[in-house]
Design a protein around this ligand. Sequence first.
Ligand code: ATP
Ligand code: K
Ligand code: MG
Length: 669
Amino acid sequence: MSVVGIDLGTLNTVIAVARNRGVDVITNEVSNRATPSLVGFGPKSRYLGEPAKTQEISNLKNTVSSLKRLVGRSLKDPDVQVEQQYVSAALVDVNGQVGAEVSYLGEKRQFTATELTAMYLSKIKQTAANELRLPVQDMVLSVPAWFTDIQRRALIDAAEIAGLRTLRLINDTTAAALGYGITKLDLPGPEEKPRRVCFIDIGHSNYTASIVEFKKGELAVKATACDRHFGGRDFNLALVNHFHKEFKGKYKIDITTNPKAMVRVDAAAEKLKKILSANQQAPMNIESLMNDIDVTAMITRQEFEALVEPVLNKATAPIEKALAEAKLTKDDIDFIELVGGSTRVPALKERIQAFFGKTLSFTLNQDEAIARGCAFSCAILSPVFKVRDFAVQDICSYPIEFSWEKDADIPDEDTSLTVFNKGNVLPSTKILTFYRKQAFDLEARYAKPEELPGKVPAFIGRFSVKGVKADPKTEFMICKLKARVNIHGVLNVESGYYVEDQEVEEEVKDEAKEGDDAMDTDDKKDDKPKTRKVKKQVRKGDLPIVAGTTSLDEPAKNAATEKESAMVMEDKLVADTEEKKNELETYIYDMRNKLDDQLADFASEEEKDKLRSKLTDSEDWLYEDGEDATKAIYIAKMDEIRAMAGPITQRYFEKVEAERAAVQAKLDA
Ligand code: ATP
Ligand code: K
Ligand code: MG
């Protein structure tokens, strides 16, 4: 079983694997270290990752991007409306969740964002398994820290539909921090002042700043702040708008009226932006952009920086927010580590450096640090892997409250309580106590809906506590419920039980002797241990909990898993069929050549004519009726030709063998 970390990015996804010698990044089928986070649909199969990128411009309406920003969201969410600007397929509502409508296998189909993400993750799983030649199941997946319960649950569901088990959903910067800490040998000891590092991840759409404290063998996240609309695509957009205006004046074309032209200019802007990170100016040339017009343009770094000034002006806001939440100043920070592709933009680095007044560190691989951190996390959590333990303590991003119905018999009981505050450590368990006579419900929700991204609903889950009965002695049952924000940052009421107040005999510890066992000799030996009566709550039995959360229920998940497996099989069949067709085509060409070459002396003219006409017939068939045949038919066609060519190739091999034997005999003599 392999140990895998996945950084699911808005633009690119990086897969890392922990091996005995360390963590490596996996390359995909075209040897890239990052795979486009895209899903496309065609008349015969899906295009996942690289093929979706290859097809993108000719298949815009059936290509879906921004998967991670859609999963767990609803169509009416203003954030999703922003996303539609970047997603070329049409976003639609599918039973309350956002999805995409595409043409697939010649039909209009709708898929939820969870299903689309599952498709993509199933491709990522295949990529990892092909490279590792091992089954892939356990993995750790990174998410932006601002992800809420419903988004996290949707991602875990998507992974499960793809046949992946999520050992941890880890916040992006926390993963980077783990990769940083686990490889540093000079972290402060337990009694020393911790090392404080500010991790800054600026990707394609997200900006996250986290303040993390390190000691030997452990890290603790102190504060995290995000700008979920700040990243490389904002720079691209500024450039696209600029060239839109320029081309309108210069060439009298309006690229906004032509989706293909828009995507091509965006791709060119992305390239140009990268050149500007290392050069003072960069060109843009696109052939036949629209109306058969070739465009050329040039932009300087200075002009680019002026265009993105409004974005740059927000460049330190998340850092300031994180510092304030951690109650620290910039001078308390020992190192500033930058990750994410957009931290290569010089103007952005300058702003951040000017803010801290300190040199920035780039000790982590900007593109791979998060995936690598995920792989380390997977190695720590996986039972099959031995790795030095490193404790990772994260924090809750939003406060969570529980509410319940008032019990008529308990007049001054509150009806809600914030159980996990923002910044509460994670994972974390809290015991809630209720005095009740009958089954009751609890509802968990985010306490400050206004802090949530877009219009994510505050609701987290409803938990029905069963098996509650009035106790004849005390009238009430004392119910204890275990509420837990787990390692994924997901809230559950994991279990319940009831207790009774009882008087129990408890040993009284001799205070003078406490912690002094070695000296504990004769004088106490004969005495019975001193005891006293104390009131204690004794666990009496379990209370079943029925949870209603935003996760998919089992039947829905099973149905989705079956659907996904069927599509994987279909895609595989299409790929295999294509492969057999290509094999047949190549075989026909090869055989025709060989008949004039190495096989020429081993066939009669009659045999040759017969085989040649078979080859011509097969070739004609291949380009006409056989254009779209099944895998079995291609195999059968190939077998027919093979059978006809069999006696000829047989004679040839016999001769080759005879020659080889003769040479051998000579050598042996
Ligand atoms: P997110 O974290 O927002 O979900 P992501 O993880 O896919 O997105 P990254 O892979 O970290 O994002 O970064 C991709 C972004 O970095 C793109 O916008 C890309 O254009 C930008 N980028 C990469 N290299 C450079 C460079 N040399 N100069 C400027 N920008 C760059
Ligand atoms: K990435
Ligand atoms: Mg990222």
